[in-house]
Design a protein around this ligand. Structure first.
Ligand code: TYM
Length: 325
């Protein structure tokens, strides 16, 4: 299968991004043809500092590498370096109904969050995402649940193109992890963990052991004393149990048993240890990669060259089918 996914280089990637999206990427790259993008054109639809963007792109690439994406197997590149993304987005925009875009919950959320920055790019964001996916004729898109609506729109756009012009695009499927598709905030477990929220709500992949311990020990828990999984009655503990289970590859039931007679504080201490140990290679690899900008840039350049070969072929076909060539 051809797989495509991406992350916005907005800094501070967190364990939600890792457990919802990247952990799946690592598993998929062994048996599929994977294209993983750093989507800088999407990152500029919300407020950002131009001086920080290149640094964030390199940092996000370092996360991809530290998480285990292998540049010899998978294509890793920066969206804006393959200009066909923007070109296809324009063309697909001409067949995307405004009504479909108006239904997108991310647009509604983000325009509420950044009231002074509601730009047209934010509204057409899902069209660019459809272009990302369709440019590589991707069949599978591994993401967290918050991106499912966008992938479904990409499917609708693919169908529309195939009907209106000629069938050239596969209809991409969302690939969600069985658990971890929505990791919740540590401070408000009814909301999604998000990099734009309070730093205390979110464990960054590069947090120090001290920061991790502090955030987990102060994570919101629920009334009662039992460490049991119950999303409605105990959203805080359930979220922590999910993180524990995903990072140790053990079932929630097993972990519950270990902590049957233990306190919230003992459970949190143990979770902090699990998270610290799991993220240790990330911190180490990131430190190492910080001093190897040339190596990281070289990976991105080679990735862009591989991506361009596929992108140019699709665009030639699209232009012909749409009567532009
Ligand atoms: P972004 O940068 O917001 O998030 C990157 C990935 O992390 C997932 N994610 C989560 N998963 C579980 N729990 C959470 N709390 C959590 N928070 C974020 C997201 O679902 C996503 O998979 N529009 C996309 C980037 C994009 C893209 C694409 C993805 C652009 N083009 C084409 C797939 C295919 C985004 O903003 O992701």
């Amino acid at each position: 299968m051809r797989i495509f996914s991406g992350i916005r280089p907005t800094g501070g990637l967190h364990i939600g991004n890792y457990l919802g999206a990247m952990k799946q990427w690592i598993a998929l790259q062994d048996t599929n043809e994977c294209v993983f993008c750093i989507v800088d054109l999407h990152a500029i639809t919300t407020p950002y500092d131009p001086k920080e963007l290149q640094k964030n792109i390199l940092e996000t690439t370092a996360v991809y590498l530290a998480a285990g994406i292998n540049p010899d197997k998978s294509v890793i590149f920066v969206q804006s370096t393959v200009k066909e993304h923007a070109e296809l987005a324009w063309l697909l925009g001409t067949i995307t109904p405004m009504g479909e875009l108006s239904r997108m919950t991310q647009f509604k959320d983000k325009s509420k969050q950044h009231k002074d920055y509601v730009n047209a790019g934010l509204f057409t964001y899902p069209v660019l995402m459809a272009a990302d996916i369709l440019l590589y004729k991707s069949q599978g898109v591994p993401v967290g649940i918050d991106q499912q609506q966008h992938v479904e729109l990409a499917r609708t756009i693919a169908k529309k193109f195939n009907q209106k012009f000629e069938k050239i695009f596969p209809e991409p499927e969302t690939i969600l992890p069985k658990t971890g598709a929505k990791i919740m905030s540590l401070t408000d477990p009814k909301r999604k963990m998000s990099k734009s929220d309070d730093p205390k709500s979110c464990i960054s992949l590069f947090d120090t052991p001290e920061q991790i311990t502090k955030k987990i020990m102060s994570a919101t828990t629920d009334s009662g004393k039992d460490i049991t999984y119950n999303i409605t009655k105990k959203p805080g503990i359930s979220n922590l149990l999910t993180i524990y289970s995903l990072l140790t590859d053990r079932s929630v039931q097993d972990i519950q048993k270990d902590f049957e007679k233990k306190t919230y504080s003992e459970f949190k201490k143990s979770l902090a240890e699990v998270v610290i140990n799991y993220l240790e290679p990330f911190r180490r690899k990131q430190k190492e990669l910080q001093t190897r900008d040339v190596y990281v840039k070289d990976i991105l350049e080679k990735g862009a060259n591989r991506a361009k070969i596929i992108a140019e072929t699709t665009m030639k076909e699209v232009r012909e089918k749409m009567g532009l060539a």
